[in-house]
Design a binder for this molecule. Sequence first.
Ligand code: FEO
Length: 386
Amino acid sequence: MQPVKIKEGIYWVGGIDWDLRNFHGYLTQRGSTYNAYLIIDEKITLIDTVKHYLYDEMIERISQVVDPAKIDYVVSNHVEMDHSGGLPKLLELAKNATVVTSAKGESGLKAHYKTEWNFKTVKSGDSLNLGSKNLQFLLTPMVHWPDNMMSYLVEDKILFSNDAFGQHLATSERFDDQYPLGIIKEEAAKYYANIVLPYGPQVIKALESASKFDIDIIASSHGIIWRSHIPEIIEEYKKWAANEFEDKAVIVYDTMWGSTAEIATAIQRGFENKNINTRMMNLDVNHISDIMTEVLTAKYICVGSPTINNNMLPSIASFLTYMKGLSPKKRTGLAFGSYGWGGQSIGQVEEVLSDCGFELMEKVKVQYVPEEENLQKISKQISKSI
Ligand code: FEO
């Protein structure tokens, strides 16, 4: 387990979670990494740790550079256990280390680990001298938890951004010019859509504050380190945070006997006839976290469910609950579905889309099995209304 040198005296010493497939409900088909960084100066400093079960991997990497017992500071940019899980054991080893964190970080770490450590709390604008290098701190609450902060290594122009700009991506390569950029960007978009999306205003504020830093490297806490494509990922973050999207329709549905699927296809044709790109997302074969990646850049969110026992299908309810929590804004919604007698599901779907603050298109409701003429009418209705 080797460390990876980032700049003189600065090393990646994180853990690679090759087998991770589920990050609290987010399907992580490509695994993940928890990135910890070691700075060698008069004061030896570790930025974040790793998930508890990768502690030994992190220690092995650190030990190639320095005795971990000599660590003076551990900067905790974020309390969440994928970054703090290795902290209790590390502090047993580095007995004199001080934990540098935000005030909310201190209370969050105490609440998680029920223990007193040496804490030094910092605010935005505070600096910490490490010898020849200086860290500056920027509090970034809600990107991703209230405790989040970023740390900027002034002399080396490295922004340790924690969750921001991360991707769930397990690789042996560490930099954005060593791995296919399309995959990195796809995973960065999926990460934003499933983790960061609710916090657009806070992201905008953090981007504004961080713009005063001259940045050579963005060393986030998951996945690949950005050094060659920094302007691109910052531009993407600006767009995502502002809820800017493409002329694209995502059609999410589930079906019992195929009628709602036929309506979904008729709706898809309606968009296609107006040259609007579409994504058909049958919940039977698509995971909600992958659907959210498409929602991130789509204007139209169409959701269809047949009615079962006076309700929408549980799969649709699950997707809608997930999407509502992630809070995409400024979209246009459309509810559709087939029914036998009650037909409550379509109104229920529409209610959630309305709760999301979406502008609504006229809902589409068909009893039992749609006829060809009916399907053509639906396509025309969609084309006309966009
Ligand atoms: Fe990667 Fe919010 O933890």
